[in-house]
Design a protein around this ligand. Structure first.
Ligand code: PYC
Length: 431
C-alpha cells in the first residue's frame, strides 16, 4: 500500500487526511511504521495560479481556504525552512479577541470562532482549550483601558468584562491579590473565550488540509526575488528555480518588509525579537491565561504542565532569534511579583520569534500598488491568533478580487491617508 493511500482508499491528488481509530493509533504506535505522510513533497512546477510566500499558519491557512472555500487548488506554499519554523512555532499560543478597536475585536472574534471548529474542520486535534484570559490592571489608567476594552468587546458581541480582586482570586488562587503586593491588582479584564492552543498542531492541520486539496507545500524553498513587469507581478525567483504566477501573496513574519521590497513595495514595518520561555512541568494549578501589561509578563500552563511565559519585545530592532539571560532574569522577577510561590520552578528552555511592528500595531492586509501582489503582514505580537481569519479573508480577496469588510481597515493605503487603527492598547506586552 502506498504511503499516500489512506484508510478510505483515496490517493495522491485526491488525498484525504487520515482519521485514526484508537486501534489504529495503538497499532501504528507499537509498530512505529506505516504512518502516512501528512503532506507530500513535489517537484517545483514552473508555474502556479497562486504562490504563497511563507509556510506558517497564515500561508498554510490561505492555501487551505483558497481550495476549501473557492476551489483554487493550483497553489504553491514556499517556505524557506520547515513549515511552522518561524513565528508560528515561536509564540506563546494565546488565542483571544478582547481587542481595543471595533475593527480588531470583530476580526479576532472571527478567528476565535474558526479556532473553535478547527479540529472538526481539519479532522485534526488542535487542542484548543478555552480556559479564560485575564488582563490584570495594577493602576487606575490600566483599569480605565480595561473598561474601555470591555465596552468595545461587548458592543461587538465578545464576552469580556471587568472583574475585581475577589473574583480574580477565585479564578487564580495562586495569584498574589493582596494589598501588600508590590503592584497590587486592582481588577482585570476577564475574557472567558480566550485560551491556548497547540500551535504546531494548527500548522500541521492546515498543511494536511491544504495538501489534501492539492496545494503543493515546498519546504527549504527560499524566495530570492519577485518578478514585476508593467506594474504586475509575474512570479518569483527561488533557490530551486523560477516560478511564474499571476498572484503572489506575502504571508511572512520577520522578513515581510524584505520580501515586499523584492516587489518594490515599501512597508512601514520595524522588526523586533520577542522572547519567551517554558518551565519544567508541574501539576496543573493554573487554569486561566494571565497577562500583566504593567509588569510586562504573561503566563499560561500547558496541558503537559509546563508554564509558558513571555514578556516585552526586545528594546531594539533585530533579526536575531537568540534568547538572552537578561530577558530570563527580568521575566523571573516579574513573574514572582505575581506568583511568589513559583520561586523554585526551573526554566527548561527559551526562544525568540520576530515581530513585524507597524506604526499603529494593526496588521497590513490586502492589495498593494503592484497588481497581483498581496500582503498579509505586520502582525506584531498578534500573528498566531489571527491565522485562521487571515487565511479565510485573504483567500476570499484573491478569489473574488474584492476586499472583505473584515480586513478593509487594515489596508496599506491607511498610512498615507491617515486612517490608523490604534491597537497598541490591546497588547499583552509592553513595546
Ligand atoms: O496578544 O495575546 C497576545 C500576545 C501574547 C504574547 C504575545 N502576544
Amino acid at each position: 500500500m502506498s504511503i499516500f493511500t489512506n484508510r478510505d482508499g483515496s490517493r495522491d491528488g485526491h488525498h484525504k487526511p487520515a482519521g485514526y481509530s484508537a486501534f489504529d493509533l495503538f497499532r501504528r504506535g507499537l509498530l512505529g511504521t506505516q504512518w502516512p505522510r501528512a503532506w507530500r513533497s513535489h517537484d517545483l512546477k514552473p508555474s502556479y495560479d497562486v504562490v504563497i510566500v511563507g509556510g506558517g499558519v497564515h500561508g498554510l491557512a490561505t492555501a487551505y481556504y483558497l481550495a476549501a472555500n473557492h476551489g483554487i487548488t493550483d497553489v504553491a506554499v514556499l517556505e524557506k525552512g520547515y513549515i511552522g519554523g518561524g513565528a508560528s512555532g515561536r509564540n506563546t499560543a494565546i488565542i483571544r479577541s478582547n481587542y481595543l478597536t471595533p475593527e480588531g475585536t470583530r476580526f479576532y472574534d472571527r478567528s476565535v470562532k474558526l479556532y473553535e471548529t478547527l479540529a472538526a474542520d481539519l479532522n485534526f486535534n488542535v487542542m484548543f482549550s478555552q480556559r479564560g484570559h485575564l488582563t490584570l490592571a495594577h493602576s487606575d489608567s490600566a483599569l480605565r483601558t480595561s473598561r474601555w476594552r470591555a465596552e468595545v468587546n461587548k458592543l461587538q458581541g465578545v464576552d469580556s468584562e471587568v472583574i475585581g480582586p475577589e473574583e480574580i482570586k477565585k479564578l487564580v488562587p495562586y495569584l498574589d491579590t493582596s494589598e501588600h503586593a508590590r503592584y497590587p491588582i486592582l481588577g482585570a479584564l476577564y475574557h472567558p473565550p480566550g485560551g491556548i492552543i497547540r500551535h504546531d498542531a494548527v500548522v500541521w492541520g492546515y498543511a494536511r488540509g491544504a495538501d489534501a486539496h492539492g496545494a503543493h507545500i515546498h519546504q527549504n524553498t527560499e524566495v530570492l526575488g519577485i518578478e514585476v513587469a508593467n506594474g504586475r507581478v509575474r512570479g518569483v525567483r527561488t533557490n530551486r528555480g523560477d516560478v511564474a504566477a499571476p498572484v503572489v501573496v506575502n504571508c511572512t513574519a520577520g522578513w515581510s518588509s524584505l520580501i515586499s521590497e523584492m516587489a518594490g513595495v515599501k512597508l512601514p514595518i520595524t522588526t523586533f525579537p520577542l522572547q519567551a520561555a517554558v518551565t519544567e512541568p508541574v501539576r496543573p494549578f493554573l487554569e486561566a491565561v494571565i497577562v500583566s501589561g504593567t509588569l510586562h509578563v504573561y503566563v499560561s500552563q500547558t496541558d503537559r504542565g509546563e508554564l509558558v511565559f513571555g514578556a516585552s519585545v526586545d528594546p531594539f530592532p533585530s533579526y536575531s532569534m537568540r534568547g538572552s539571560l537578561e530577558f530570563t532574569e527580568g521575566l523571573a522577577g516579574h513573574v514572582l511579583e505575581l506568583m511568589p510561590s513559583l520561586a523554585k520552578l526551573r526554566v527548561l528552555r527559551q526562544w525568540a520569534g520576530l515581530c513585524d511592528m507597524t506604526p499603529d500595531f494593526a496588521p497590513i492586509m490586502g492589495i498593494t500598488p503592484v497588481e497581483g501582489f498581496y500582503v498579509d503582514v505586520g502582525w506584531g505580537t498578534y500573528g498566531f491568533k489571527a491565522g485562521p481569519v487571515s487565511g479565510e479573508t485573504m483567500a476570499q480577496l484573491i478569489a473574488t478580487g474584492k476586499t472583505p469588510p473584515l480586513i478593509a481597515a487594515f489596508d496599506l493605503a491607511r498610512f498615507a491617508e491617515g486612517r490608523l487603527v490604534g491597537e497598541k492598547g490591546a497588547a499583552s506586552v509592553g513595546h
